[in-house]
Each structure stands twice: as C-alpha cells, then as structure tokens.
Ligand binder design. Structure first.
Ligand SMILES: [Fe+2]
Length: 426
C-alpha cells in the first residue's frame, strides 16, 4: 500500500472506523475518566490528531504548529503530561474540529507529496504507516475504555463463522532455527527489527487459546486460593487485587456471568478467555502442568513453515480473502476451533484475531535494535517491567495484527483483550 490513492483510502477508512466507535457515546461520557487505567475517550481522538499533526504535517512537511486555530485543545494536550488533575476538560466539538482540520491539511499534502523523495520518513510510505497504525491501535484502546466503562454500549454481533476441522488439543512444533522478527514489513515498528535467526527446542502448543470453560475449571477448582500455582509476584498481585476470577466475571447461580460493554450475560464456555493478567495466565499454565510460550516459540508456531519459510499471518502471506475475526466487526472472540481458513501450517487455530496471547518473554530489544523514529515508540519500555503479548485480538486491525508484531503490557493489567495458550516441552 504505497500509492497516493491507497494511502488516502486507508486514512479515510481508519477515520471512519474511529468516528463510528465514538458515535454512540454522548459528549458527557466522552469527557469522563472511567478508570485510572484509561484516558477519557475524547483524549484518544485529540491524541490521534496530535500524532498526525506531528508526523504528517510538522515532521514530514515542516508545518508550524496550528495552535492558533485550536488554542483550547493545545492547552489541554500541553498540560496533560505534567499535571493530570489540572488538565482543562477537552471539549468534544473542539477536538473534532481540530482532528478534522489536521486531516484536511494532511490529505491536501498527500495530493502533492513526492512519495519517491529520498526522505527516510517516506521510504515505502513509512510515516503514513506510522500514523495509520497509531490510529488503529487507539481504536483498540477506545474499545478497552468502553469495556471498562460499565455503561451500555451497542455491541456488534456478527454472523456465526465456519469451523476448522477437529484436531488434537495440542500440536507439535519441531525445534530448529527460524527467523524471528519482521522480514518483509514496510511499516514494521523498530522493535520488530532486526530479523535474526534464533533456535527453539521442540514443543507442544495448545491448538486453540484457553477457553472460558477451561479457565472456569481452574477457578472453580480453587486455583485462586492455591499459592503453589502462583509466582511470588503473582500471589502478591492476587492479594492486592483481591482477584477471584477474570476481570468482568461475577458468580451467578450455578455458573459465571460477565459484564461485556455494560451488558450482563452468561460466560460462553467455548470462547477464548479474555481479561486475564499475565499472573493469572501463568498460574493457570502451572495448574495445567504446562507453561506460557516464549515469544520466539509463539512466532515460530504462528509464522514459520519449514518448507515455505516465514509468512505474515498463521495462514499465509495475505490478509485478503480470509475473513479473520479482526477489526472489531464483532465485539468478542469467536468460539475455540473457528475459522477453517485460519489454521497455521502445524494446525493451530486462532493465533490471531481473537485474543492477545501472553508470552513469558520480557519486552526487550532484538540484537541490532535501532530506535526509530522516536524513543517513546519502544525503547523507553524495554526491560523487565513489561511482558510481550502476541497475536492480536478481535479489536485489532489486520494492518497491525501481523505475526511479527510485539505488543507489551504490564503483567498486572487485564483490561485489554488478553488471553493465552499454553505450551510444554516435547
Ligand atoms: Fe498513542
């Protein structure tokens, strides 16, 4: 995607999706902070526009800040970092005007920009990919916030999907070396680079993500009361959080219910579990006599085939022609075993498009890492504070959900659409 027309279409499609997510929310709720973990929804829109102004107007085209026309928005965004509680409220109509203004200017520049100019920001349209992915990722953040809000939001229900042929509970992945990292991704983030050879041992991996039904057996069997299943940090988290089940679950007569976008419903047993922290995923794995995969194991299972080498998605190179459960066309994962066309070469299902999957890997740079185009993109998050999630959830856009994509999160967090699958040594 690097022609003028394709870039314009992609930008417009992304904006339409952002607007349609926010459209059902009254202005009063757009400015509310529903949780310390989430910004007000209107902030996401202001920040999406601010990022676009910074990269498409200022960095690429040398524009001056357009502060004059949107002083109120600028003031709030400028103060946002330093003194959160003193931030003036962002008015939704002012933010919408700012976002529209930035977009209009960006599209005007796109009509005239020389896409072949020798500018690293334009190489294969990189800066457009940066701005697009940023907006798409914030759509997932918006959905996380909507999920935390507790107020009713119109859930998108999609048609039932087809099923993969039945298979064993686990599949074997043969050990060997493979290429970890983005090999052929024009818009890869710096943290996916440099692709390099790594060796993994043979292992068995769950064919599908762990389901609500399986997780309920862990909960009902006393998993949250049995310290030996939990790491030291996990047990401390459990006490501090007083957690007794995944986020949004509540016990009901004879089973479990969940609150999903403000609506109470029975927990569907065959759906991949979501809203579990790293600690909960790790404890379940230990209870099951297994462990969480490393990100290298996950990427090998999801993208590598001995004969054809690396592919972008578990099912192959192309997204087109395969209707994965990506891009929030429905507001939930699909039942375990869905999507005949989505199987990996080893026979795993739902490695992308249902839940982000926790891995045991810390978010660390690959060998040869070079920060680009700014340190806040990845570099400042490296270390042992965050664990890597892989795969992409139902709320993730296909553009983002490539097999080499590394998402990172604090191990205590579970307001995202996070689940997992387990592995064991062969
Ligand atoms: Fe952002």
């Amino acid at each position: 995607m690097d022609s003028r027309v394709e870039l314009r279409t992609a930008l417009e499609k992304a904006r339409t999706a952002t607007e349609s997510l926010l459209a059902p929310v009254p202005d009063l709720d757009l400015v509310a902070q529903v949780s310390p973990l989430a910004s007000p929804l209107v902030w996401d829109l202001a920040h999406i526009a601010q990022f676009e102004e910074l990269w498409l107007l200022r960095a690429l085209h040398g524009h001056e800040p357009i502060a004059d026309a949107h002083a109120e928005v600028y003031e709030a965004l400028r103060r946002e970092r330093s003194a959160r509680d003193e931030v003036p409220t962002l008015r939704p109509d002012a933010v919408r005007a700012y976002a529209g203004d930035v977009r209009e200017r960006a599209l005007h520049e796109l009509d005239h920009v020389d896409l072949d100019a020798p500018n690293p920001l334009l190489r294969k349209g990189f800066v457009y990919g940066l701005v697009l992915q940023h907006e798409l990722q914030h759509q997932e953040t918006i959905l996380q916030t909507l999920g935390l809000g507790g107020t009713s939001y119109p859930i998108r229900q999609a048609e039932p999907v087809d099923r993969a042929p039945d298979g064993p509970d686990e599949v074997r992945i043969d050990g060997g070396s493979f290429i970890l990292g983005a090999t052929d991704e024009p818009w890869a983030y710096d943290n996916e680079l440099v692709p390099h050879e790594v060796e993994v041992r043979s292992f068995f991996i769950d064919r599908a993500p762990v389901t609500n039904g399986a997780f309920a057996r862990f909960v009902d069997g006393g998993g949250y009361a049995t310290q030996k299943f939990w790491s030291t940090a996990g047990w401390e988290w459990l006490q501090a959080e007083s957690a007794s089940a995944p986020l949004h679950w509540q016990s009901a007569d004879g089973g479990w219910e969940r609150v999903r976008f403000g609506q109470v419903e029975p927990v569907p047993p065959d759906e991949p579990v979501q809203h579990v922290s790293y600690h909960e995923a790790e404890a379940f794995a230990r209870w099951a006599g297994k462990r969480l995969p490393t990100e290298a194991e996950w990427e090998r299972a999801a993208t590598w085939d001995e004969r054809r080498g690396k592919s972008r998605f578990p099912w192959g190179r192309e997204f087109m022609g395969y209707e994965a459960n990506l891009g929030h066309t429905r507001f939930s994962p699909t039942p375990a075993g869905s999507y005949a066309g989505g199987q990996s070469s080893a026979g795993c299902v739902q490695l992308t498009g249902d839940v982000w999957e926790w891995t045991s890997s810390y978010f660390q740079p690959y060998p040869g890492f070079l920060s680009y185009p700014y340190a806040e993109a990845s570099e400042i998050f490296f270390g042992e504070e965050y664990r890597v999630l892989r795969g992409g959830s139902w709320a993730t856009d296909p553009l983002v959900a490539r097999g080499s994509f590394r998402h990172w999160e604090h191990p205590a967090r579970r307001h995202g659409f996070t689940g997992f699958r387990c592995v064991r040594d062969a």
